[in-house]
Design a binder for this molecule. Structure first.
Ligand SMILES: Cc1cc2nc3c(=O)[nH]c(=O)nc-3n(C[C@H](O)[C@H](O)[C@H](O)COP(=O)(O)OP(=O)(O)OC[C@H]3O[C@@H](n4cnc5c(N)ncnc54)[C@H](O)[C@@H]3O)c2cc1C
Length: 552
């Protein structure tokens, strides 16, 4: 996967996709595999915006039971399965627990019944999944069992707990990259740090996108037959929206804390502020907080929603917001006894909100993702936009958009898929494996966990370039091979230190790495990207700036 502007400028495409978050990426893969010539433009790095900031849960839609919304449940179940199939090394089963209270609507018996119904609706959830990815049926726990798993939980009226299985993405950014790579395998052209600045139309029909390569300042004109705007919170900047006037956004936040609060299980606990989900048939009356085990030592907790007053796409976080969320979490689960110093990272992103915010915790998010056909809405033929509300359902939305593109007038049936696999490369890893001796297996395990079936490509770089006896590890803790760094720069379009530590690896996904670690990685990148000392310092500072709201 290489960025090549000459393959974008004045080259005709069937579809240009604006935005390299999960929606743009999943669509690029679906449209390219359908056989269209696809270009995807991302103004920053792939998955650097909302898609990097989720709670990482790939939902099977169990929560839509309370809305009686079986359609949305099925969309989530099918999408979750498709993510688990595409990247089984990145999307794993997640055991979830909800304590139950009393014997009424929130009681154990009702939940048990609801989960049995869910398991029926999700009968095909494991089709095509490897054994390690299979999701068992839900179960019920006794009051005592819940007490063991959630030490110190309020026991008044506690009747037990309901357990179900969802999935978690161990690396939401690399999962976006997996979709983008799938698109590239089918002939798509993709480019990060290229911003779409305008659309060109002729007689009411889209005929191209004007874009700028931000690092070089070069302007590009990309002719095409259709454009899909998947720009997330920047959706309306290209003059697209759902026709309902100015979109309002909610700021959604999670905290990452350096504490393993619960072992091997994600726990949903009710908040204490009143919240009425207007569309729910069964009103719980409170917002749920999820406590999700994250990496070895951390817990992710979220999600809070507040109306966003700033401009589209721009988020400013401060220490007060973090402290207030810590107070909320301590009120919900006093045994956590968190202090702001326990917080190591803060996820924040903008999600589309319905109507105006009222008093208290009344932010109502858009319930479902929307696809707008501008040909029907405002006469601009060949233009679609996606307003996405869930990471999980992006594959389902992509299928919907592909259907609209082919049936809804413009593109007709795609040509036969232009599968362009890399020419097969036969590597003889034997000599390298014997040279590495005992050091081979940890390298193999590390690569398998991160790159799945692609581990060979990374290992090939290690065998090509590491001379006998040289330590292939650039860092042992966190683990990073020099070959991986080369792979990111040469084959995954990484051009900044932030690209590497946030989006090609999980090195900075939970807390700010030590300055020496960042400098060490930046120095190794400098040889490939021709950075001088001041550029190395700037790259390190840009990463550290992300953690500024935490006062570190
Ligand atoms: C705190 C939080 C927790 C969440 N938890 C979950 C969860 O657990 N599970 C779940 O399913 N969902 C969750 N979500 C929702 C989910 O993360 C989002 O719905 C999803 O990531 C949105 O993806 P997107 O592709 O639409 O937008 P984005 O990821 O924002 O992508 C849009 C991209 O378009 C690019 N772009 C914008 N304008 C241009 C332009 N002119 N030219 C080129 N590129 C452009 C941007 O740079 C950006 O990268 C959560 C969200 C938040 C904020």
């Amino acid at each position: 996967m290489r960025k090549d502007l000459s393959r974008l400028h004045n080259v005709p495409f069937d579809v240009v996709i604006v935005g390299g978050g999960i929606h743009g990426a999943a669509l690029a893969a679906a449209a390219a595999t359908a056989g269209w010539r696809v270009a995807l433009l991302e103004k920053g790095d792939f998955a650097a915006a909302t898609s990097a900031n989720s709670l990482k849960i790939v939902h099977g839609g169990i929560r839509y039971l309370q809305h009686g919304d079986f359609k949305r449940m099925r969309e989530s179940i099918v999408s979750r399965r498709s993510m688990m199939r595409l990247a089984p090394h990145l999307v794993k089963p997640l055991r979830c627990l909800m304590p139950t209270y009393g014997h009424g609507i929130k009681g154990r018996e009702t939940m048990r019944l609801a989960f049995a119904l869910y398991d029926l609706i999700a009968w095909d959830r494991n089709h095509g999944l490897p054994p390690s990815g299979r999701l068992p049926c839900g179960t019920a726990l006794t009051r005592e069992e819940v007490g063991w798993l959630v030490p110190g939980i309020a026991t008044e009226n506690l009747s037990g707990g309901a357990v179900w299985y969802d999935a978690i993405t161990l690396d939401s950014e690399r999962l976006v990259l997996e979709y983008i790579k799938e698109a590239v395998r089918y002939g798509a052209e993709v480019a990060n740090y290229v911003q779409a600045t305008d659309l060109t139309l002729r007689r009411g029909r889209v005929e191209g996108v004007v874009a700028r390569d931000l690092p070089s300042g070069r302007d590009l004109h990309i002719p095409c037959r259709a454009v899909v705007n998947a720009a997330g919170p920047w959706l309306q900047r290209l003059g697209t929206g759902d026709g309902g006037g100015r979109q309002r956004w909610a700021l959604a936040m999670n905290l990452v804390v350096r504490r393993k609060l619960f072992d091997g299980v994600a726990v949903g606990l009710e908040g204490y502020t009143d919240f009425t989900d207007q569309d729910a048939l069964i009103k719980r009356g409170k917002r749920l907080f999820f406590f999700v085990p994250w990496q070895e030592r951390y817990t992710m907790i979220g999600t809070t929603y507040t109306p966003h007053g700033g401009s589209e796409g721009e988020i400013v976080l401060d220490g007060a917001m973090v402290r207030s969320m810590v107070d909320d979490i301590n009120a919900i689960y006093p045994p956590a006894a968190l202090s702001p110093e326990d917080v190591t990272f803060c996820h924040a992103g903008l999600l589309p909100m319905k109507g105006e915010a009222g008093s208290g915790d009344t932010v109502q998010l858009d319930k479902s993702s929307t696809v707008v056909d501008h040909g029907r809405l405002d006469g601009r033929q060949g233009l679609l936009s996606i307003k996405g509300v869930k990471y999980t359902t992006a594959p389902d939305i992509a299928v919907r958009v592909v259907r609209l593109l082919s049936e809804g007038c413009w593109l007709g049936s795609p040509a036969a898929a232009r599968y362009r696999p890399e020419p097969p490369q036969y590597h003889d890893f034997g000599p390298a494996i014997s040279r590495l001796g005992d050091r081979y297996q940890p390298i193999r395990d590390h690569l398998g966990k991160l790159y799945g079936a692609e581990w060979r490509q990374v290992f090939a770089l290690l065998t090509e370039e590491d001379g006998e006896g040289r330590d292939p590890w650039l860092l042992h803790e966190p683990p990073l091979l020099m070959a991986e760094l080369r792979y990111f720069v040469r084959h995954e379009m990484a051009v900044t230190l932030a690209d590497v530590v946030f989006r090609r690896t999980n090195i900075a996904a939970a807390e700010c790495p030590a300055g020496e670690v960042l400098t060490h990685i930046a120095r190794a990148m400098a040889t490939m990207l021709c950075w001088d000392d001041s550029e190395i310092g700037r790259q390190v500072a840009l990463v550290e700036e992300v953690f500024a709201p935490l006062g570190r």
